[in-house]
Every structure is written in structure tokens, then in C-alpha cells.
Design a protein around this ligand. Sequence first.
Ligand code: SF4
Ligand code: ZN
Length: 761
Amino acid sequence: MSRYIATRAIRGANLITREAEALLNKALQEKGPDTPVAFPNTAYYLPTILGMTGREVSKLGELVPVLEHAKELLHPIPSPQCWTPYLGETLDSGMATLLAAEIIEAVRFIYGEEPGVLPGFHATGGSFTSPEFAAEGGNGTGRLNGPIDDIQLRSWGIQLVDGRMPGFAAIVGCAKSNEVAVKIVRELQKRNILIFLSGNVNGRSVIHQLMEEGVEMGYDTYIVPFGLDTLSAIYAIGFATRSALTFGGLKGGQAKDILLYNRQRVFAFVLALGEVDDLKYAAAAGAINYGFPVIADTRIPQILPTGVTTYEHVISMPFNEIEGKDDLERAEKLVQKCIETRGVKIKLAEVPIPVPYGSAFEGEVVRKKDMRVEFGGKYSRAFEYLRMVDMDQVEDGRIEVFGPDFSQVPVGGAMDLGILVEVAGRKMQRDFEPVLERQIHYFINGASGVQHIGQRDIAWIRISQAAADKGFNLRHFGDILHARFMSDFGAIVDKVQVKIITNPALHAEWLQKARAAYDFRNRRLADMTDESVEEFYTCTLCQSFAPTHLCLVSPQRLGLCGAYNYLDCAASYQINPTGPNQPVRKGMVIDREKGIYTGLNEIAQQKSQGTVQEVAMYSIMTSPMTACGCFECIVMLIPEANGVMVVSREDPSMTPAGMTFSTLAGMAGGGLQTPGVMGVGKYYLTSPKFISADGGFKRVVWMSSILKQTMAAELQAVCEREGDPDLLTKIADETICTDVDGLLAHLEAVGHPALTMDPMF
Ligand code: SF4
Ligand code: ZN
């Protein structure tokens, strides 16, 4: 342990805690102790403080004991003679720094000083920005991001658990040059590592550097600019803390467990660029508490392993001394070192195309003004179809383009496109076709400068001018699909060939064939009922984050994340027989109506380590299924209305339960069983088994309007099936009412069936 680092971290912690005290006292005088304090869009109060102390701070005055706690963690600066202290004191100082930093940021929010403003900066793709809206210019607020909201945390959740997103990098400071800054983030993006930016060196920040180079920052590109000072790095710690609370089923105040959870499950590290001052040392000591190592590109003393982090705690890699032919190569090596030090596991398929590739580019938006050409959307039709064919009909790696390429299409124009993927494999089955076909969306989206929306015959693909300039052409769709199917699904797919179709006659012919296949699949899925099978599937994928949560997936109830239906689980089991999806026999019936079976109960007891004793597949009132944190919707009882409301993850508005999605999510998740509250995948709403024991879809009295809009046709079909064709118009939404009184008035006025149904409990 380095005395130098200990000294500087302890000094930094003393300094920042004093600053927090001064600021808090000033705010108490000017604003009063009852002034509300909060970070926006989170149900976790001030998350680091909540996690570490268990305090649910919502008023200014409640920060006083937190500050006292931080002060107790401070230590005197070591004397030059004494060589004994250090790791414990340094870690304490780090913790004091985190608490003080969160206090300061919270007070700054009261004064409207957070999130910071950056002239000329336009963040894109905040969580409520639709692709269309972002495409026309983003939100353009000029504000830096500040803390990440709960909705975004959850929507990243599934990628964090399935390993598509291995972890996060908290970059603090300023790189040697703009070029190096860009290279570092591109290297991280390529590996799908989330990037959090904060801090500066002499007033210049890595955020300035990326902005000057035109790098798109925002949730969509996995690059989140927190703020221009070191303190804003606290939002990375808040994110880490909430991961443990959201997915790990931990509660505020379980400090040690939260720290251990992060060490074991959250692959994060700090990359300190440029000179490290006392505050940065203190903040770094805070990160080490979480098991996050610190890598600096300057000469500083190192801290070797003691067990708090997986390997070294602090690594010094002076940038100019890194071996490499130029700065770009040095930047690449620096990133490699970070990954090695944290022990991040990276799965990377080499995709032979002329633009960068990785799932960090999945959410990227190609705006109309930056677009070279589009396929599908308003002006043309694009479809994608994957089918299984005989072994001898596939030549592995063959990619053919039938018809003209887009060189004749004017810039910004549109053309018809068909993508036909033909696969063969000894283990391949027709049931897997839709599972594999849906991957096309993720695979194509991974290319930088290419945007993919939708699926089947409503696919919509854009190629940016920049990607076209680099030589990206139609054939590259085939290269991507071949490489990814072979690398990700090599267990079932032995050969893949791709046909890209733009020729009008062929396009029409294959569109028709594709539609016949979609139709066949729809009917086949529709024919499958829970009664027609003996086995359901488990999904324990989310246990890496929510250790007691188990999804039971049946033909008529998909996983709550919406990403795993029954056939997906079957395919996943075939692909990986010891993986997270295992068949489970239903066993003997205990209650057919509620969907309670001996086999399902046994597996639930076993996989939840005894937390759950009984699961009812079709009831929200009796033994409902638990939830991790990735649910698409929350269903919740509204006792006054004798029905339930359904809130979409995409809906930020208030609900008749008096809580927003964020707050509700805190009640629904964490692997606990809460009668009256349930997280579900949105397609479960259309199932005849949707809370069928409690009265089914007719119980829905309120529903986020985004669901009504985006699932209009499916929900209409449900209403007809339920014998009430006008039901959808009788269901309220946030544009009609956001409180119980308004809801009841609406239900009375339209004669909603729930009012006359049996009492729910
Ligand atoms: Fe997680 Fe359930 Fe989705 Fe599996 S089905 S990934 S356990 S939410
Ligand atoms: Zn989950």
C-alpha cells in the first residue's frame, strides 16, 4: 500500500467533506431543512447514500446525519514518519468522499446547477426519445446527462445479465489528444462496454474532446457524459449501487453485500486520464471500495492485490511509455490493460465489414440528413426471412445479391430490399426459425452507421452516408449475418448462406413466400396452449443479477423481459443443454384455474433458494410470479376499480396508483412475491391466460397509451376474443386520468365491465 496514495486520498476526502459541509449549511440556511432533495427519475432516493447507510433521504435536513457519518470516516493525514496505516483508512476516506460527493450533487440539484450545461452540446437518445424524434435532431437541451434514470438502468439490465454488455468504464479527466479520446471510446464501444464520462484536467474534459470530434453521446451510443467535474463520477457509483438494489434483491443499508455484489458481478473500472489530483485519488479510493480498479495513464504509485478488487487496485500506465507505433496503438493497449485488470469477459465476433462493429452500435440512430439510403419505412418495403433448408442446398458463406445495388438511388432515397437467410444444421429445427430470424435485428444493428428497426415484413433499415463512404454495401449485410449466426448459433447452425434481393420480380415472389411462413408460424404459436405441453421452461438468466428470481415460461406466458418465449427457451435449451433454460415437468395439478402445479412449485422453491414456496401461473392475487427488474410492463391491482392497471416501461407519467413506473418498479422487482403486483412481458397481455384466474383482460381498467398505440391490432383481437369489441376504448390511459377519482369517473361513464365483475379479493 502506498503512503503517497493514502496521504492524497485522505487529504482529498477531508477537503471534499468540508466542502460538502459548507454547501449543506448554506443550503439549510437559504432553503430550509424541509426542502425536497432528489435525483430525477429514480425510486432509489440518493442511491449511494441509500445503499451505504440505508437512509431514504428526501429532504435537505436529512443530509445532516449523512454528513456526520462521512465525517466519522475521515482520518488524519498520515505523518511522513509513519508507515503503518493505509488500506483501511484509504478505503474509509474513499467512502467519505462518495457520500460527500452525493451530498454536493444533491444540493446542486436544488439550485438547478445539476446536470451541468455544455454550450453546443446536444445529447441524443434520452430514454423517452423515439427513434423518429431523435432522427429529427435529438432533444437538443445542451444539458449533460447527470444521473442515469431507473428506466435506462433497467433497459440495460437484460444486456448486462446476458453478457452482451460486459460492464462499464468510468473515464475521468482528459485524454492526451482528441484522437486518443476517440480511439479509447471506440475500443470500449467495440467491446460493448458502457462508457461514463466525467471530470477535467485544467478545465478540459474528455467530454469536450469527444464533442469536438463529433462523437455522438447519449444512452443510444452507450456513452454517457455525466458532468465536467470529478464529483459527477458519483453517478457511476449510484448506477452500480442501484444495480445491486434493482437486480440483486438487496436493500438499502446492506453496504457490505452491495459492495461484494459489485465486486463479483459488475465489471467496472475507472480510467483516469491526465493528472490525478487529491480529489481524484479520494474518488478512486471510493471506487476501490466497490471492487473497481483504477487505471491511470500517468505515473502514480500502484496498489497491488489485497483482495478488495479482483486483481491490482491501482495500475499506472504512463501513456507515452506504452509500447506502440503511435498514439492510437497506445490507446488500444491502454484499454486492453483496463479490461485485463478488471477481468472483464468479452465475447467478440469478428465481422468482416468496413465499419466498426459491436452491440454498442445497436441503438445508434441514423438521421434523415445523415442518411445515404433506406429500405422499408414510408417509401419502400423491406422484409427479412430466415428459413431452414437441406444441408446440400446451402453453401456455407455464400452471399449473393440479386438485383441492383443502391448506387443508382439518389442520396437520401429509398429502395425495396429482401434479406433471405438460409441455414442448415444437424440440430436445426423449424421451430428455431423465428428465434434465429429475430436475431437479424441485433446483428445488423451492430454495424456502426446502420440502423435497423422492426422485423419480418416491416423491417426498416438505414445506411448512413458515412458508412457508405467507407464502402459499406448490400453484400455486407450477408457478411454480418454469416459471421454472427456462425459465432452465436454455431451449436445448431452448421452452414449459412444469404441472399440479398432487390430485383422487383424476385422481391415480390419472396415477400409472398415470407408472408406465408410468418402466417404459418403465427398459427402454430397460436395453436400451442399450456395444456398441450407437459413441460414448461425455466429461465434463470437473470439470477446473475437477481439471485432468487426465476421465470417460468409456458406457451401462453412468455418471460417478463419479453425476450424469451416458450420456443426461444426450447431453442436455447437445445443450443446449451446446461444453460439457463431447462425444461420442467408441470407435475400434478393443485389448482388448474390458477395454474398451480407440484412440479412448478418444486422448481420455484429450489431455484429461489426457498424464498418462493408456490407459484400460480395465471393469478396476480395468489402466489404471483416474481420479477427481477427487466419487465416490460407492471400490472398492479387498483382496489377501488376492482381491476388492474398496466404501466409500460416507456411511460414516464403518473398512474392511478399514485406512483410512476420507476417507483412501482422498486416494488415489483428483486425476486420477491408481492400479491397485487407483477412484472410481465407485454405480449402476455394478449394471452388468454393473462391473469385468467382473476378475470383476465377484462380486468384491465387503465393502460399506458403507448401500449394501446403500439399493440393496437393485437389488443383489439383480444377484446373481440373476450366478447367486448369496444373494451379497448373503455380502458383509461394517462391522457384520460392519472388518479383514482378520475379513473372511477371514466369507468362509470363508459360502463367498463370490471365494475360489475366479482370482487378481486
Ligand atoms: Fe430474465 Fe426472465 Fe427474461 Fe429469463 S425470461 S432473461 S429470467 S426476465
Ligand atoms: Zn431480468
